[in-house]
Ligand binder design. Structure first.
Ligand code: SF4
Length: 459
């Protein structure tokens, strides 16, 4: 029996209870964004070229509250949302720019864009082939991913966009309108049937895009049934979001903000652990008053906010940025959770950081903060076999190596077993590393067999 928790809900302050209009700009609107008027035509053209391949979306709150326009293009949040020319390889850039300049017809341009996108590894870590579960008849369940035993990811179709897009987004393929590249479902029944049949699952992660773009009523359709006794095995409801950065008014004065807060309260009071998995890259995201008011309001429901985000060149490849961000999070009652390595997809050529540097940044940042901020794990690669953490560099039997471990893995038995890679100061991802002290990773044979099995089943 779980005793209901009675809490005083943080009221939205009158200023935030007011409705702030949500105004959004996409690729077609680049010339209409007032703040960009200071750029040259050539610079705006570059943005249009890049954003014809990779998704672009920004809203007025981000433009007004988060970007220091006196410091562009270096400003971290400007880099976080606005496309930069070097995000595309020179060959890709020139190809698309040439077609646009020549006034190529729509079909020719679209075909070229599709080809370029296909070369940007749209579904890293075998997401499409290996993570999508099958039903009893062997049909693929769109909109679900079940990679780790305890956790199921659900991609509601109403949540497959974000209030702004991150320029480095690893799920960019979700946003480019190509149905083959989308993972989404609006099937609440499918989610519930799957969870009913899989009592080993303890955690559901509602993800996207950003589920917080959905109306509260949609979110409630997915989540409220989980309060029934048949779902007692679901202990934790996680919601992945960047709305605390991109649109904190979602939790304050938005039309159904109160309903959202009440929904979180109901889940908590019914005994679920509710974790808001907030995506943060920079301490600047935590500074606006609205962002802090939204954090307070969520925390007043009893939900926990955990912070995670990738380490990204041009945005946060600096230990001081991470240390200041983690400290600010702890001060605001947020639990630092993960530092990820930028995935090998989309514009990774522009944003990736070598693993060695990533580990150095993590270590130097950790050295600057107190124990409460040292809850962030990383740097971690969400690779196909599992989440691989770089624990450090060591010298073993005269050989310099990376020490690695699985934080999470397709086979739970692999978790927390240290393993070693040859030292490589340029590698940026697991597949760029080679095993040390042997020819193969300890998990390789088992992983290869699992992969073959999954690929065969998915055909
Ligand atoms: S919030 Fe997440 S899903 Fe949305 S654009 Fe950023 S990285 Fe992508």
């Amino acid at each position: 029996m779980i005793t209901p928790i009675v809490r005083q809900r943080e009221p939205a302050t009158p200023a935030y209870a007011e409705r702030v209009p949500f105004k959004v700009y996409t690729q077609r609107d680049i010339d209409r964004i007032e703040a960009l008027q200071g750029l040259s035509d050539a610079q705006r053209f570059e943005m249009k070229v890049v954003s014809s391949v990779l998704p672009f979306r920004v809203n007025q709150y981000v433009i007004d509250e988060l970007i220091d326009w006196n410091n562009i293009p270096e400003d971290a949040i400007y880099q976080l949302v606005f496309p930069q020319r070097d995000m595309l390889a020179p060959g890709h850039f020139e190809r698309i720019a040439g077609l646009i300049r020549a006034g190529a017809d729509k079909a020719e341009l679209e075909a070229a864009i599709t080809e370029v996108r296909a070369e940007l590894n749209p579904h890293p870590a075998d997401q499409m082939a290996m993570n999508m579960p099958l039903d009893a008849e062997g049909n693929r369940l769109d909109g679900l991913q079940h990679k780790y035993r305890e956790t199921v990811l659900f991609f509601p179709s109403q949540g497959q966009t974000c209030h702004s897009y991150c320029s480095f987004c690893f799920r960019w393929a979700q946003f480019v309108g190509d149905k083959d590249l989308r993972i989404a479902s609006s099937e609440a029944t499918q989610l519930h049937d799957y969870l009913r049949a899989h009592t080993e699952v303890t955690d559901v992660l509602i993800t996207g895009g950003d589920p917080m773009v959905m109306k509260t009523s949609h979110l409630a359709n997915y989540l409220e049934p989980l309060l029934e006794p048949e779902f007692d095995h679901i202990q934790t409801v996680r919601i992945g979001t960047k709305a605390l950065t991109f649109w904190p008014h979602r939790f304050l004065g938005a039309p159904d903000a109160d309903a959202l807060i009440e929904l979180l309260e109901r889940l908590v009071e019914a005994g679920k652990q509710v974790a808001i998995m907030a995506h943060y890259n920079h301490w600047k995201e935590l500074e606006p008053e609205a962002a802090q008011a939204a954090i307070r309001r969520i925390r007043s429901t009893g939900a926990v906010i955990r912070a995670q985000g990738p380490l990204i060149a041009h945005i946060n490849d600096d230990p001081a940025v991470w240390a200041r961000m983690w400290q600010a999070q702890v001060r605001l009652g947020i639990v630092p959770y993960y530092m990820f390595v930028e995935r090998d997809t989309g514009a990774s050529r522009y944003f990736e950081v070598p693993l060695l540097r990533a580990w150095e940044i993590y270590r130097e940042a950790m050295q600057q903060v107190s124990g409460l901020a040292r809850t962030a794990r990383g740097p971690s690669m969400s690779a196909s076999p599992g989440k691989v953490e770089i624990q450090g560099v060591a010298e073993i039997a005269g050989e310099k190596v990376f020490v690695l471990r699985f934080i999470q893995a397709r086979n739970p038995d692999w978790v927390q077993r240290p393993f070693f890679a040859k030292y490589d100061e340029h590698a940026t991802w697991l597949d760029g590393l080679e095993p040390a002290f042997g020819e193969r990773w300890f998990w390789q044979d088992e992983y290869d067999a699992l992969r073959q099995e999954k690929l065969a089943a998915a055909e």
